[in-house]
Design a protein around this ligand. Sequence first.
Ligand SMILES: Cc1cc2nc3c(=O)[nH]c(=O)nc-3n(C[C@H](O)[C@H](O)[C@H](O)COP(=O)(O)OP(=O)(O)OC[C@H]3O[C@@H](n4cnc5c(N)ncnc54)[C@H](O)[C@@H]3O)c2cc1C
Length: 712
Amino acid sequence: MAGSTPPARSASGSFNEPISAVRSLGVWFLLEGLLELRRQIQELGQRPGAPQGAAAGAAAGAPAAAIARAGPEGAGLVVRCGQTEQVFAQLLTQVLEAHPELRHVSLHYHMEPLLEPEPAGAGAAAAAGPGDREAVVQRAVTAWAAKRGVNCSVHPYWDKTLFHPDDLPYPLYGTGKAAAGGGGGSGGGKSGQRPAKPQKQQPERSQFTQAANRDVQRYRTLPAVMTDFRRTTQSACLVRPCLPPPAALPPPPGPWRRNPAATADGLPATASESLWGEIPSSVTALYEAAGPEAVAALARLQELVGLDYGQLYAAGADDPRSAFPFRAGSGEALRRLRYYVWGKAEYDPEAGVLAGQDGPEARQGPLLPLSSPPSLQYFTNTRAQAVGVDNSTKLSPFCALGCITPRRIYQEVEAVREAAKAAGASTAAGYAAAVTGAGVASAQLPAPAECDWLAMHLCIRDFWTYTVLKEGMATLDERGIVGQPVNWRRDEEVLLRWCAGRTGLPFVDANMRELAATGWMSNRGRQNVASLLAKDLQQDWRWGAELFECLLLDSDVAVNYCNWNYFAGVGNDPRNRRFKTVTQGMQYDEDAVLAATWLPELACLPPRLRHAPWSNELLPAEKEAAVAMAVATTRAGTAGTRAAPGGANASAGSIESGGLATVQMGAAAAAFGVVLGRDYPMPIVDPAEQTGTLPAEEKARKAAKARGKVKL
Ligand SMILES: Cc1cc2nc3c(=O)[nH]c(=O)nc-3n(C[C@H](O)[C@H](O)[C@H](O)COP(=O)(O)OP(=O)(O)OC[C@H]3O[C@@H](n4cnc5c(N)ncnc54)[C@H](O)[C@@H]3O)c2cc1C
């Protein structure tokens, strides 16, 4: 696990109010992930054959999680909150007190392309840029150790991307020649060809990880456009194989080691609980531990989205409406991955198919007949949908936290591709039948095109990560990566409506409320809400990016800010995309399920009106439904609880009636007792501008669906 939660941008001083610099539901994900990691480490420590030696590792960033590698005598995870360099100093002090003879310590950590300016007084030598925070930590810790006569070796690891920086086919370090490992040259290989399998293990310490300050100049030859990046990397780069998980862990150092002589009954005494550090049990507990500033920031964020995260923490993961009903941790990430690419039977615990193992050996047991094809089989057609647990992989929160890596995902996708190939069918329809011998007609493995599509998205993620390494702090600038001056507006009232899901545009509002309540929003939803804020409302796009950073479970600085750059029209892509959010809702939430789920005030409306509650027109079927509803309401004797249009319950002003309030609209919804401007806000912009015709590809998709060829 990466173990670090990058602070929101405003924490770095790059951007300020009104968005608070705190993470909300992402925190429960982090806390759960830590709990699982602690359990895993403890379990590893129970296994025999643990190697000897002591080491400590942690990720740069705050809060810091420090891992005391431990063994059969008391494995565990040390958890601390605070500035990384201070936490290291405290931990090393404890270790040195217990082992005064120590002359060498090693520091292992994962690198993150954080975007933070150099803290004041850290020294002018390191320019502000991605990764510099880690350089600061390294310098502070090695200097601290040196003062005590201890040599500190530093071992940074890079596991953020599918392709390792040293393997990219671009001259990274200003030498004019391509970095090693990827086949060389600025392309090579045939376009569209899948990456070849690596022939040998790559050296552990790379040119990239040795470079203390990963300065933006080193990436100047990186393509500016994603398609170019994808073509060259996918055709010329290796994806390095994943290392096997450790079989056991060495004993812990110093005070964490159990003392077998400590108890009379012969059982080893456990190191004091407080030495390991408590994992806060709730979002509020974490912020209370972090101090009054953090508590105040959380309160501001809650006010902005109108929710209490203290309460939601307990319920968040179990919200039946959530499209992300998963727990954190690497075990859950692997289960989800296998379920998605292999099908439901693959991780059936009752069947013991996987038996909790990792790697290819996990699939050695008998495969059950697949009850239904894996979701990956439908990835191309379902990924853009706004609703559903299985429409996309839902792996991004696990990736963001380091519970799984893009390489591990890729490895599994390649395994399923190989299985399909071995079965001798491109779509592998007969594969499962061949394996089970049961002739399961519906069983399938994903077609190669679906595997390619997923790999391509992992590649997009790489592109944004490397773009941040190339562009550095420009990614956070209001003029964006291209340096495009735009007169962004900063109207807090407008921002408030957008944040709280009260723009009066149902597709946008439903997505925003889903995000605030669950930390999840589909990719299509993200594109639409970003487009509305930046393109239509012309508000400073960084407000949106900052809110996303606070709320998303998969919050990732590089991916988030680059996507926002792109949709605000200041990114490094020539296409300037603007979404018609009403039409998009009709396309990607066809039955208005998302709207009904997150906008209860519109749930009683027919789907068309849930998408367009301002409509004045009632279709014949809708008229019948409205009459039926009125009759049912009267019969139930509840007439008056839902006010008739303009009735006594109207509380004008209780919600926004601004925007297009002067225009008469919503007569159709009123027939169902829903009054625009009272029950649901008037649209913040002219809905006609948010409506357009269906593009040809969408028409084709709908036609295919009608023919039963597409699973939606
Ligand atoms: C304004 C905006 C902000 C975003 N912020 C984030 C963020 O903070 N963190 C984040 O992980 N993603 C972000 N995305 C990208 C994308 O929306 C999510 O990665 C995706 O929706 C995650 O769902 P999934 O895991 O089911 O993805 P799938 O569709 O199943 O894709 C598989 C994997 O590919 C990667 N991927 C897919 N789409 C993208 C993309 N557009 N950019 C980069 N990687 C991608 C992700 O790692 C994802 O897990 C943002 C998109 C937009 C438009």
